[in-house]
Design a protein. Structure first.
Length: 350
């Protein structure tokens, strides 16, 4: 599918280049229409890989020279100068555009690297909660193993009961393995890969990692996910990183709040049929006016020991997914972080 799209784009660009060359051919040599081939190059940089861009640029140059050879009216000397100007413009534009494209790619790689560092740091902060999450299936395995031994020790052995215990052991072992696999995926440094994901499954998988931390802090988690939400085309690890980061900020904001008021709410709903809206709300002390303005700035943090990178990286992740992220104050106390993601369909993506 992707090769077909590239081929179609290449044909459209070649058609545009031929059109410019045709106009250049039927106009006077004094008019440097060939300069407009830089438009083809600039479009190519946005939709084609670097090697293909170089090929398109070469074709534009060849067409410019052919156009000069085929043009029958105008001053030949002026035509030569215009051809040289056009060729220089095409070559210079190609060079600068490819350099800019490479710089943008470097920025994306650097941003992904920073996101990985922040993700690993976040997992370190969640060590106690992760241990709690892993210990649950391991404890269940130990209990089921003991039960299996007891059923086998009876006279005669109770094989149906023992079989059920073994089945529970297998299920809990798979559960522990899934947790480890999920954590390894979050800790691994890999290129972002978008895939179709269920909203509820993605959210709940991320929030389960907070179970131990929520229990330790005495925080009640309320999750409200609208039924029938369309699947989202996202990088699972990155979106879960955003969810965890916003939730951990909410947990941190409620450390000094009375136990009865420690409520963390997560909402996911379809807004106007065009985008998915996610919200994480806490009952902490809230944000000041300056905090609202600078919350997503790099290296800005309201925590004494904060790095100030979590929210900045969350913003870059959401914006890379064509979404938006912002914060608002709650009427009573605390703050709510919101972010949106496009509610695309598989048909529109194809």
């Amino acid at each position: 599918m992707r090769k077909t799209q590239w081929a179609l784009r290449l044909l459209l660009l070649l058609g545009l280049a031929l059109g410019i060359a045709a106009i250049d051919t039927i106009t006077d040599l004094e008019i440097a229409v060939g300069v407009f081939q830089i438009v083809v190059v600039l479009i190519a940089v946005r939709i084609l890989p670097a090697r293909a861009v170089a090929g398109v640029s070469f074709i534009c140059m060849v067409l410019t020279i052919l156009s000069y050879r085929l043009t029958r009216f105008g001053d030949s000397e002026a035509g030569q100068i215009n051809v040289l100007i056009s060729l220089a413009a095409i070559a210079g534009t190609t060079y600068l555009a490819l350099r800019l494209s490479a710089a943008i790619e470097t920025v994306h790689k650097t941003r992904a690297h920073l996101a990985h560092i922040a993700r690993v740091n976040m997992l370190g902060e969640l060590a106690a909660s992760i241990a709690h999450e892993v210990n649950q299936p391991l404890a269940a395995v130990a209990n089921s193993s003991g039960a299996c031994l007891r059923w086998m020790a009876t006279e005669p052995p109770n094989l149906p009961k023992a079989r059920l215990a073994v089945e529970r052991i297998i299920a809990d072992t798979h559960r522990a393995s899934e947790i480890i696999t999920r954590l390894r995926g979050m800790a691994r440094h890999q290129a972002p890969t978008k895939q179709w994901l269920n909203v509820a499954d993605t959210v709940n998988t991320a929030l389960r990692l907070l179970a131990g931390e929520l229990n330790e802090q005495g925080i009640t988690l309320r999750v409200h996910i609208q039924e029938g939400l369309p699947p989202m085309l996202v990088d699972e690890v990155q979106i879960q990183q955003v969810i965890l980061n916003l939730a951990m900020n909410g947990i941190e904001a409620m450390r000094q709040v009375d136990a009865d008021d420690r409520i963390l709410e997560f909402h996911a709903e379809l807004e106007s049929g065009q985008q998915l809206l996610f919200s994480v709300s806490d009952q902490g002390k809230g944000l000041s006016g300056n905090d609202h303005e600078r919350a997503f700035d790099a290296f800005y943090s309201t925590k004494p020991d904060g790095m100030g990178m979590g929210l900045a990286i969350s913003r870059s992740i959401i914006e890379a997914h064509d979404g938006r992220i912002w914060v608002s104050s709650n009427p009573q106390s605390g703050a709510t972080f919101h972010f949106t993601l496009p509610a695309v369909t598989r048909e529109s993506d194809d």
